[in-house]
Ligand binder design. Structure first.
Ligand code: ZN
Length: 628
């Protein structure tokens, strides 16, 4: 009934469509003005002028948000709804079942409806788990401030958006400006699809960096806003790397599916951290000092490459289940191991090929990912595809408790292992003549031009792989994605001439994260990680700590009778090596204290990749940049 592509019967669909077609039909234009001057208080005020004829109609608030892959439209923050026609209030009523739908009757003689509404943005709508605005910056996701007629395709509704910014704030967006007058900015008319796909960031401290050489097309720009002027500083090395990233994507895909591209990059500790992909921009948030601090910079190196690659993998090519006609139609996440998994693989690769990561840092990151997935005990009951299909529920609880047994959004990191294996097999099968680069060019390339969506199925992926290198891809992918297993798929690492090992040397990535985010990770030795205050985040099922009876949520108080701290814990693991005395952990569980004896004597275990002697180093070939 929503003009769904799943309907097979043309006649039945047409009849249903006419019957349910709202009064505001395609071709009409909705004026939308958003007053952002209250952003510091995390409330945006919107006004919509919607052409409608008299009679019963329904308006909807976007529910299923692209990139979030779930019904995350921030309905809880939608407030202050007031409707008027011909200067008189119009009563509205929320649907008793569908909370995102509002029913109303437009009075006789009216040809339009004026709607005022507020979006409370203390929980940002991009899914970052924090506010959308601070004292110095704001992030406007238009889905938080629109209502649109029920039943229409988002491609068929036109919006003319405008904003009023806080005095003196500068903005960045992929939308085209039609008029700018001080803090009042008007944009060219766009479809609802493009509007929701084109967020706007603004701030007191801002900077615009050109990433393409003058005269080159399409233009790539980085729009930075930060909580301080200092946070905007980008080193010449990073600038060169982001320029190279643009060149590397051109070499990899051979086409660009946007008219221009904006990296919208917010540097702040005050707003919700996230990365959200769009066709012509990405909306990414990292800590305020990310450009200044080498550890933060390394930990976030793949953020912008990942979101940028989504323009091809996720936006242009999209699984059929995620290519929905509007924001009320449910999404099906089964192929997220391609949408997010392949993007995770390519995002890390391109961070390395562009120079944002060194080869050594890339390998340490891959080792940390592989080790984490190899200790996901939940893989014995939950195949990877189920983590993708369950995105709606898995995203609700992202807390670490029992994460190894529950599994998390594993279709992201495990995609790195799956697509590395695919890459290595293509190279082996073709004696190095072809690689996953060729797949990307065939699958994501084609004609350059403005944004469009080309949906795909599992069979399309298999077909495109077979075009690059004949192999039983369907069998391999089914095995990797649909089967349960005790261990992570490490075949790609092994086929690339490397193996996952553990020793007492710190892993560069994990060590940096422990320092920056103040926690202790002894997952592969004792079997748990703990935050600075001693709270145990997760305990790996079957590990020494698990066998001793320790569980997540308990609090570590002392180690061998000494007050707990990360150095004290690490020292105890070292001392237990070669001794037969168990490690004594004093644990607080709500109001009760107990000492647990952990019988562990094998020392620190940190993951790394080691070369396999005599095997070709395929990983080094994979990491080679494609541009000079
Ligand atoms: Zn992603």
């Amino acid at each position: 009934m929503h003009f769904t592509r799943r309907c097979g019967c043309g006649v039945a669909v047409l009849v249903a469509a006419i019957f349910l077609l709202p009064i505001a039909v395609s071709g009409q234009t909705i004026q939308l003005h958003v007053d952002l001057t209250d952003a510091r208080r995390n409330i945006y005020h919107a006004h919509l002028h919607i052409p409608v004829g008299p009679g019963d109609t329904s308006l909807v608030f976007p529910k299923w948000i692209p990139g979030n892959h779930r019904p995350s439209g921030p309905i809880g923050g939608l407030t202050g709804i007031q409707m008027e026609a011909r200067g008189h209030p119009v009563l509205w009523q929320r649907d008793p079942v569908e909370m995102y739908e509002f029913h109303l009757t437009v009075p006789a003689g009216a040809d339009s409806l004026d709607v005022s509404l507020d979006a409370i943005t203390t929980e940002d709508s991009a899914g970052g788990g924090g506010p959308a605005a601070s004292d110095n910056i704001l992030d406007l996701n238009w889905n938080a401030v629109v209502l649109y007629p029920k039943g229409v395709r988002s491609d068929d509704v036109t919006f003319v958006p405008s904003v009023k910014l806080p005095e003196g704030w500068k903005f960045g967006t992929a939308l085209e400006v039609s008029r700018e007058n001080g803090s009042h900015v008007e944009f060219s008319p766009v479809s609802l699809t493009t509007l929701v796909d084109s967020p706007l960031i603004a701030g007191i401290h801002s900077r615009k960096i050109e990433l393409t050489t003058p005269g080159e097309s399409p233009v790539h720009v980085m729009d930075l806003v930060a909580d301080s002027e200092a946070g905007l500083a980008m080193s010449p090395k990073d600038l060169a790397a982001y320029k190279k990233l643009v060149a590397e994507t051109g070499a990899l895909f051979g086409a660009r599916h946007y008219r221009h591209y904006d990296f919208l990059y917010t540097l702040s500790n005050q707003v919700g951290g996230h990365g959200l992909e769009h066709h012509e921009s990405n909306d990414s948030v990292a800590a305020e000092r990310t450009l200044l601090d080498p550890d933060l910079s390394m930990l976030q190196a793949s953020l912008l490459p990942h979101e940028f690659i989504h323009s091809w993998n996720g936006k242009y090519r999209r699984p059929t289940g995620l290519a929905t006609p509007n924001y009320q139609e449910p999404m099906i996440g089964d192929l997220l191991w391609v949408y997010e998994g392949l993007t995770d693989y390519l995002g890390n690769l391109l961070a390395e090929r562009s120079g944002l990561l060194s080869g050594g840092q890339y390998r340490e990151s891959l080792a940390a990912t592989a080790a984490m997935l190899d200790h996901r005990t939940g893989r014995t009951w939950r195949p990877l595809e189920d983590t993708a299909r369950s995105v709606q529920t898995l995203r609700i609880i992202l807390t670490p408790e029992w994460q190894n047994w529950r599994r998390s959004l594993d279709y992201y990191p495990e995609g790195q292992l799956i697509w590395l294996e695919v890459d290595a097999i293509i190279r082996q099968q073709t004696h190095g003549k072809r690689s996953l680069n060729d797949f990307c060019r065939r699958f994501h390339g084609g004609e350059s031009g403005p944004p469009r969506v080309v949906p795909y199925t599992f069979e399309d992926v298999v077909r495109a792989l077979n075009d690059v290198a004949p192999y039983d891809w369907a069998q391999l992918l089914h095995q990797l994605v649909n089967a349960t297993s005790e261990h992570a798929p490490l075949g790609g690492i092994e086929r690339s001439g490397w193996k996952l090992v553990y020793n007492d040397q710190p892993n560069v990535f994990t060590h940096a994260a422990e320092k920056k985010f103040k926690f202790a990770d002894v997952s592969y030795s004792l079997g748990f990680s703990a935050t600075e205050d001693g709270k145990i985040a997760d305990v790996i099922v079957g590990s020494p700590a698990h066998q001793a009876g320790i569980g997540p949520g308990m609090k570590l108080v002392a180690v061998n009778q000494r007050k707990w701290s990360p150095p004290v814990l690490h020292a105890a693991i070292k001392a237990a090596q070669g001794s037969n005395q168990p490690i004594e952990l004093l644990i607080e569980n709500a109001q009760f204290f107990k000492t647990y004896s952990v019988d562990y004597h094998d020392g620190e275990k940190n993951p790394h990749l080691d070369r396999v002697a005599g095997q070709t180093n395929v990983l080094d070939d994979i990491l080679k940049p494609m541009t000079p």
